[in-house]
Each structure stands twice: as C-alpha cells, then as structure tokens.
Ligand binder design. Structure first.
Ligand code: ADP
Ligand code: MG
Length: 328
C-alpha cells in the first residue's frame, strides 16, 4: 500500500516569533458606515482572516486595537441615558466596556476562523489597565475632545460642578476635553505572559488600555483620560518581549513629505533615519505620528523590527517584506 507523507507546512504549534499587532480603526469600522453590530462584525470577520494567516504561519499573536468610535458612542449612550435617569458611567468605565465589546467580536471571529482552518486555539480578551503618571504634563493641558457638543452655559456648569475641563471647538459649540498621558506599563502583564506561554491568543490593551493611576500602597484607580493605542501597543510589545511590533492601518506605508508633490513612501528604514524624519515633523500628530513614535521606541528598546502597513498586508508585513519596516 502506498504511503503518502502529509504535506509539510509549518505547524501552528511550533514556537516561533511573538508579534504584537495593533489594529487600526478600519479593522472594525469603515469610513462612512453607521457602526451597526452587523457592519462591525463583518469588518472584524475580514480582519480575523488576516490575523489567522499570521497564526497559521506559526507566529504567536498578541492583538491590540483602537476603540475611538466605539468608546465615543458608549460615552454618548451614557449622556443620553442620564437624561432618562440612568446613572452615567465615567469615561474609564466606557473604555472597559469598549474593550469588552470589541474584544468579544475579535475573539469570536478569530476562534471561528481558526476552527475553519483546522487550527483551533483559545482566543481571550483581557481587560487591560494602563498605568499613567499623574504628574505627567498631559494633565495640565487636556486636549482630547470627548462626547457631544454643548452650550456655553452647560459647559460652564459642568466645569464649576464637576471640575471638568471644557473647550470651545471652532464655533461648533463646547466639548469636554480630557488629557492624553503616555502609557507606562500594563497592570495585567504577568497574566498576559502566562497566557502567551500557554499558546493562548490574547486580545489586550484595547484603546491603549484603561488609564489608571497607582497610589503609594499600590492601589489602582481609573481616571478620565485617553491613551494612544499605538503607544499602548508599544508598551505591550516591550513588556511581552515581542520580536515584532506590527501596526496595521489604512495605508500601506508611512511617507515623508506626505500629500505634497515631493511625497516619498518609506520602505526599509533604519532607526536613525526614522528618528530624523520624526524630528522633522513628517508624520501627523494623532494619526501617523504615534505609529512612527511607537515603532522608534520599540526598536530603540531592543525590538527586532517594527512594521507599519495596511491590514491586507498583515502576513508579508509581519515578515518585513512590505510596508514601512523600521530596523535597528
Ligand atoms: P488608525 O485608526 O489605523 O490608527 P489613523 O487615521 O490614526 O489610523 O492613521 C492613519 C492615517 O495617517 C492614514 O490614513 C494617513 O491619512 C495619515 N497620515 C498622516 N501622516 C502620514 C504620513 N506621513 N504618511 C502616511 N500616512 C499619514
Ligand atoms: Mg490612530
């Protein structure tokens, strides 16, 4: 009887590289969509196909993601609910809700995708608390608008009664603003490392983590602030000792002289070169800026490679074959 060797492909159980993936907003919600559950789940299913390819090629994944539109909606739901007498939850609790909501969708979609591919694995979402420094200069100048627009009178009332900071937003009304401090560490890191060791796929650090401060006895408490998800992903990559930080967004490359006639996309770039471009201000604050900063910090801290590319490029990106690849 003829004996056939099974086709050789990398086993999904081989220990290979650990990759921290940062998913951009487009992985969950596309521009112009309303944001229904069905729309988001459909996007997440497509994202899961990309993520499964990474796992099937033998890589260990830690998944982080943005939460901007989702946490914004949850926050608005609190505002609307409050008018009906339902107690409002603070922003940091909304952040936890968004981690649960988005994590659940990714966790289910990825479970299903891996099952279909014959490589079932446990996928789990962890609520992640990101430690921030209460003496960070970010607290002196809150800049991130959250929630709906209100009248000047309503804004002044909230400032007086709740000690919140509100700012007038280019003639459109008043909005609450919160600080955006840097994430320093993740409170749940030991749990994450243990899960990675057990070959569990972890979804963590959604929206950069819930901002918390630690008191002198080590007790944690949530604060109303927002964290940049790319900087949160870099903390996760550093703390898990990941080989690669893979930042997936809606463009295939970072560029210098972006959207000018001299635009030049960046492919393989040395750390030194990238630091120069960053200093020269080629990357917009709040979008490409934090991605490049996260990439710089990761490689500077000993990471092998940081890649910024589009979601569709996940697998070749993780291998440094496409995208903007930052190397030591
Ligand atoms: P994400 O949700 O993935 O974090 P962002 O919108 O925050 O997405 O960042 C990606 C966007 O950054 C791109 O769509 C692009 O318009 C913008 N961007 C700003 N500066 C640059 C640059 N120098 N090169 C490439 N893209 C840039
Ligand atoms: Mg962004």
């Amino acid at each position: 009887m003829e004996h056939k060797e099974p086709a050789k492909r990398p086993s999904c159980r081989d220990r290979q590289e650990t990759i921290v993936v940062a998913l951009g907003g487009n992985a969950i919600l596309q521009p112009g969509q309303r944001g229904t559950f069905e729309e988001q789940m459909e996007n997440v299913r497509k994202t899961a196909v990309q993520l499964a390819q990474l796992i099937l090629s033998g890589k260990r994944l830690v998944i982080t993601h943005g939460n901007g539109p989702q946490v914004g909606r949850i926050f608005q739901q609190q505002e609307i609910g409050a008018r009906e007498g339902i107690p409002e939850m603070p922003l940091h609790v909304c952040g936890a809700m968004s981690q649960g909501q988005i994590g659940y969708m990714i966790q289910q979609a990825l479970h299903n995708e891996l099952l279909k591919a014959g490589c079932p694995k446990t996928v789990v979402t962890l609520i992640c608390q990101s430690l921030v420094d209460p003496s960070s200069p970010a607290f002196a100048d809150p800049t991130k608008p959250i929630g709906s627009f209100y009248s000047e009178a309503e804004a002044k009332k909230a400032m007086a009664e709740k000690g919140e900071v509100w700012k007038e937003d280019s003639g459109r009304g008043w909005r609450r603003v919160v600080p955006s401090p840097e994430p320093l560490a993740c409170a749940e890191i030991e749990a994450i490392k243990a899960l990675i060791d057990k070959d569990v796929v972890v979804i963590i650090s959604g929206g950069g983590g819930i901002p918390v401060v630690r008191d002198s006895r080590g007790a944690l408490s949530g604060i109303d602030a927002v964290i940049d998800k790319d900087l949160g992903a870099q903390v996760m990559a550093r703390e898990t000792g990941a080989d690669v930080l893979l930042i997936l967004t809606d463009v295939a490359n970072a560029a210098i002289h972006y959207r000018t006639p001299g635009e030049k996309i960046l492919e393989r770039v040395s750390l030194k070169e990238m630091k120069t471009y960053y200093r020269q201000g080629h990357f917009k604050a709040g979008s490409m800026g934090p991605k490049v900063l996260a990439a710089i910090r990761f490689v500077e801290g000993g990471g092998k490679m940081a890649v910024i590319t589009s979601l569709e490029n996940a697998l070749p990106g993780a291998e440094g074959r496409v995208g903007t690849v930052v190397v030591p």
